[in-house]
Design a protein around this ligand. Structure first.
Ligand SMILES: [Fe+2]
Ligand SMILES: [Fe+2]
Length: 181
């Protein structure tokens, strides 16, 4: 077992582990045309769907780790895959949706459809996690622990996008942009 000299060292190591996990587990999603298209689609203010997605995934894992430290069991893989897929359905929004309300209501369902193509064995539970991530913007609230984690992570990342438009987009301790250079 590795001994850390201080809290910072531990946090950095945990961030590096999350980044590694996201990069390994995310390959299937990253390789899709739709995700690549999300690299240039502006999202919220001053970010892209891809940057937002990676930040949501990192936040979702951080929340998962905090709960696990309290002894609360979470399906970590489900959280990770759901976070990576949660906004796939919003890519191409200007061509797909007539207005913002239609986008809020419809894109989670489209995300489920795209995710199902990538993960044909996806459980009904996981479909609900992805399909209900837009509460409270829509009245479909999460119905599971993993669902609440995704919803909260999405809200935190979105608040950062809106209210700190020039914030650094980080994945662990690495700027997200370096993934694509
Ligand atoms: Fe969304
Ligand atoms: Fe989102």
């Amino acid at each position: 077992m590795k001994i850390y000299r201080n809290k910072e060292e531990y946090k950095e190591a945990a961030a590096r582990e999350r980044r590694k996990e996201i990069l390994e587990e995310g390959q299937k999603v990253f390789a899709t045309d739709v995700f690549q298209k999300g690299r240039t689609q502006l999202h919220h203010r001053g970010t892209t769907v891809v940057y937002h997605t990676l930040e949501v995934t990192d936040w979702a894992l951080r929340i998962t780790e905090a709960l696990e430290r309290k002894g609360i069991r979470v399906d970590r893989e489900e959280v990770l895959i759901s976070a990576l897929c949660h906004d796939l359905g919003i890519i191409g929004r200007d061509e797909k949706f007539a207005n913002t309300i239609a986008c809020w209501l419809r894109h989670p369902k489209d995300s489920v459809e795209i995710a199902e193509e990538l993960y044909p064995d996806m459980s009904e539970h996981m479909k609900k996690v992805i399909g209900r991530h837009m509460w409270p913007a829509t009245p479909m609230w999460p119905t599971s622990r993993e669902g609440w984690i995704l919803d909260l992570a999405d809200t935190i990342a979105s608040m950062n996008d809106f209210f700190r438009p020039n914030h650094k987009h980080m994945l662990g301790d690495m700027p997200i942009s370096s993934l694509f250079s």
